[in-house]
Structures are given as C-alpha cells and as structure tokens.
Design a protein around this ligand. Structure first.
Ligand SMILES: Cc1cc2nc3c(=O)[nH]c(=O)nc-3n(C[C@H](O)[C@H](O)[C@H](O)COP(=O)(O)OP(=O)(O)OC[C@H]3O[C@@H](n4cnc5c(N)ncnc54)[C@H](O)[C@@H]3O)c2cc1C
Length: 465
C-alpha cells in the first residue's frame, strides 16, 4: 500500500533517523509476535520516546492515510501487534520510565513500555504490590497489558489489569492527546472512558502514560502442589478448594501432556500415574497460613490427590512454581507450530470442559496440552501441531475445525472465547459467535468515533480490515 510514499523517509524527516528503522532485519522482526500468525512485515518501525512524538506519528498517519499498529513487547498471543494491513509499527520499547511511585497515596505512574516484572520489583522494594502477573511478566509491557486487560495467575484473588488502572494518557488517531481517568481511588465523573480503553487492543488510541493503583504487599505466602491421576480430578479439586472457605491467590492446573513435556525436557520428576498438577498459592496473615494449607490439602485429598507438597519457604516455593513457569517455553521448543487457544468457562464447568477437550483431541487427531488459570476457569489449550507441516496437508484444516468445535463447546458451557489474550487478528471471525449483531454494530460505531479513518490497528477485533 502507499507505494508512492516512503514511510521510513517521511518519519525520519519528522522524528530523526534514530527513531525509525526500515531495514530488512527490523521489518522481519516486527512482522511477528508470540502468536503463530504471520509474517506481516510493516513498511517501517518507529520508536518514539514521548507522547509528543507519538502524536506526530498519528498526525502523519491521518494526513497521508497509512495504518499504524501499536506494539509493546510483542508477547501477545492473538496477533494484536501485527501490522496486518502494512504501514507502520509504533513500538513503545523506548518508553520504559517509571515516573512516580507514591507509597502514601498508593499509586504508580509509568510509561507504556515499562516491563511488568520490572515495575513489580520496583514496587516490592518499597513494600508495595501490583498484583496482575501475566506469565510473560519478565518481558511484556504495561501498555500491552492495558490494551489486553491482561490477567495471570493472581487474577483469582486480585483481579485483572482493569482493576488497577486509574487513569490513562493517550493519543487519539489524528494526533490529539487525551487524558482520561483520575489519580484517586474513587471517581464517577462522566462516562468511564478509561475502562473502555482498557482491553480495546490498541484500536482506539495509543497509551502514553498509565496511572495505576497499587496495594500494600502481602506479608506471608505458602505454595501447595498436588498431583492427580487425571485433569478432571484436578478440576474437581479446584471446585472443592474454592468452596472450602478461603481464597487462594492462584490456582493453576497443568494436564498430563504438559507433565510429559516437563518430564522429557524439563528435568522435573513426578510419580508414575501423575496425570495433572494443581498449584495453589496462598497469601494470608502469618497466623492464618497453617489453617488455609490444611483446608487446601483436605480439599485435594477429597478430590483424589495422589501426592501433595507444601512450603512457606521462598526458595522452595520458587522451585514448586518452576514447573509452571517452564512448561510453556518447553511446549514451544518441542512444538514450534503450537497454537494456543485462550478460553474461559464458569468455574463449576471446568471438569466438563476438560472432558470435552479430550474428546475433541481424539476426534480431530490433534494432541493438546492444557495450562489453566483454573481458579478463574481460564484454560490455555495448546493445540500441538508437528514440528513440520504434515505430509497429507490435513493437519492445519483439522486444527481449524477443532478450534471451531472447541469455541462452540465453550460457549455452550456458558463460557467466553477469549479470557485474557484478546480477539486480535486470531479470533476476529468468531466475534459474532459470542456477541449479538447489535453489540457488534455498537462497537463498530465506537471505533468510528475514535478512529473515523480506520487507520489505528486495522484488521483487529472485527472481521474485515
Ligand atoms: C509465555 C507467555 C505467557 C503469557 N501469559 C499470560 C498470562 O498469564 N495472562 C495474560 O493475560 N496474557 C499472557 N500472555 C499474553 C501476553 O503476554 C499479554 O497479552 C500481554 O499483555 C501483551 O503485552 P505486550 O507488551 O507484549 O503487548 P503486544 O503483544 O506488543 O501488543 C498487544 C496488544 O496491545 C496493543 N498495544 C501495545 N502497546 C500499546 C499502547 N501503548 N497503546 C495502545 N495499544 C497498545 C497492541 O496493538 C496489541 O493489540 C502470555 C504470553 C506468553 C508468550
């Protein structure tokens, strides 16, 4: 598109050469994210260092008619940061300043490129806590978390990114800066446009600064790991734990195929017959830890746990968590063409969802490995394609049919087709399976209000570019 216009040169003229790349290596790198989608090479990548520079990029886009795709760290799994219509990728990776941490008002103000884990460490050093913890927290950015309303294991007790965003500084398509929200814990002035922006997948505006609510850090933690013969047993344990009178901060489930990958490649030992792991994290007052640990182990025993381990000691807790953290990278290394579906069911329907998943895997001959934020009913189902495309060429078709059947079943169970990874490019064709035509029409109108020329992150959420 725009063959007459050299976007790299145009941006260089306005922002300087050190803010722009259009060499082959950069175009290839920003043609992909952590999903298996693409490549979609942009025509140029721009690295602004301020809201003013972002404003210049969005003004030029409206003057010259080129698409802009915002990008944080590129860890998204639904293709949201891919420039599917070409144009420019706007990367926030040079905007990584923590502007302010206020331990009296319990707020933090950060630039969008700040890595989530780095913010958490800075806060912990001051006895503060920012709970949202996507498993990608070592690399993903706060701007990307806001755009996807990211969750993570601790969402079970503490909620998702939206619950911590008080205010946003943004730049709208066309270049107008707009501040929304507040710095106070409460506030009900006008429509909650901040909440609309959280989870809008970079389609309404570009976030240039985020004001977050933070909380005091919990005082004591315990981790409990239980092993079950089947994922369905572990799913039952989830229900038992949630009914037993305490709220874990995380309840994560790994199924049998995930355990096999850990055994084979990850140097982890599990007893014979292990078909699922449940990892339960608790943070409570010191005095309450023993009581919740025993409630947890009773619930797991009732659901048929074959082995249980528990600890309050930091190094040992990290060791128990290491299997959870290792499994996705190991799955990607073993099955480079893995496709991850992110779905969510009402908590009580987890065993049914897991049973249905097994049936679909057998029916479509696509093996799966499931990692779940099980306490939230949020299943990340890895559909495991072989390392190379199969000889008869049916694997991709079978995978697509299985995806569709899975999403249909999840909706039948009262669930949702996207728990925390967004619709992005990957699921745009399925939007109408969950939302009514009236709701889609309303959302399109909202998009038009903010972006009448449809140049900010086109091709995402809705099915046509
Ligand atoms: C190993 C692994 C584990 C993961 N675990 C979790 C998990 O537990 N929970 C979870 O929720 N997700 C998880 N994810 C998915 C991903 O990390 C999150 O969606 C994350 O929020 C994306 O952040 P990012 O900075 O990489 O964004 P990107 O991938 O760069 O972009 C994501 C979206 O945000 C938009 N965007 C980025 N920055 C801005 C901005 N400044 N203004 C406007 N729009 C912007 C982009 O246009 C795109 O639509 C995981 C991913 C991986 C690879």
């Amino acid at each position: 598109m725009l063959a007459h216009l050299d976007l790299g040169a145009l941006l260089e003229r306005h922002l300087g050469a050190d803010r722009v790349r259009s060499d082959a290596e950069a175009l290839a790198r920003y043609a992909r994210d952590a999903s298996s989608i693409g490549p979609f090479p942009p025509e140029a990548v721009v690295f602004p260092s301020s809201a003013e520079e972002i404003s210049v990029v969005l003004r030029l886009a409206y003057e010259h008619g080129f698409p802009v795709t915002p990008r944080g760290a590129g860890t998204g799994l639904s293709g949201g940061a891919l420039p599917v219509c070409g144009g420019v990728v706007l990367s926030t990776e040079r905007m990584q300043q923590i502007k302010e941490i206020d331990d009296v008002s319990f707020t933090a103000v950060v630039e969008p490129g700040v890595v989530t884990g780095a913010l958490q460490q800075a806060l912990e050093a001051q006895g503060l806590f920012y709970p949202p913890d996507p498993a990608s927290l070592g690399t993903c950015s706060i701007g990307g978390n806001v755009a996807h309303n990211a969750g993570g294991p601790r969402a079970l007790k503490y909620g998702v990114t939206r619950d911590y965003v008080l205010g946003l500084d943004t730049v709208l398509p066309g270049g107008m800066p707009l501040r929304m929200g507040r710095r106070t814990m409460k506030g009900v002035v006008g429509h909650d446009v901040t909440a609309l922006f959280v989870g809008s997948e970079g389609t309404l505006g570009v976030t240039t600064k985020v004001t977050l609510r933070v909380i005091p850090a919990p005082r004591a933690w315990a981790t409990h790991l239980s092993i079950f013969r089947t994922a369905v047993d572990a799913g039952r344990a989830v229900t038992q734990i949630l009914r037993s009178g305490f709220r874990p901060s995380a309840l994560e489930l790994l199924d049998g195929p995930s355990i096999s990958v850990l055994r084979l490649h990850g140097n982890h030992a599990f007893p014979p017959g292990a078909g699922a792991i449940l990892l339960c994290e608790m943070d409570e007052e010191f005095e309450a830890l023993d009581r919740v640990l025993s409630l947890c182990s009773m619930a797991c025993a009732q659901a048929g746990a074959i082995e249980q381990r528990a600890t309050t000691e930091a190094t040992e807790r990290a060791r128990l968590w290491s299997a959870r953290r290792a499994v996705y990278p190991l799955l990607v290394a073993t099955f480079p063409r893995i496709h991850v579906e992110d779905v969510c069911v009402p908590r009580g329907r987890i065993p049914e969802a897991l049973r249905r998943l097994d049936m679909l895997a057998a029916q479509h001959r696509i093996p799966t490995a499931t990692i779940a934020h099980a306490g939230d009913g949020n299943l990340h189902v890895g559909l495991l394609r072989g390392a190379e495309p199969d000889r008869d060429g049916t694997e991709d078709e079978r995978l697509e049919r299985m995806r569709a059947d899975l999403l249909r079943d999840i909706l039948r169970l009262g669930g949702t087709i996207a728990g925390e990874h967004g619709i992005g490019y990957a699921k745009r064709h399925f939007l109408g399976w969950e939302l009514s035509p009236e709701m889609i029409a309303l959302q399109r109108k909202l998009k038009m209000v903010f972006d009448p020329k449809h140049l900010l992150n086109p091709g995402k959420i809705f099915s046509e570019a």
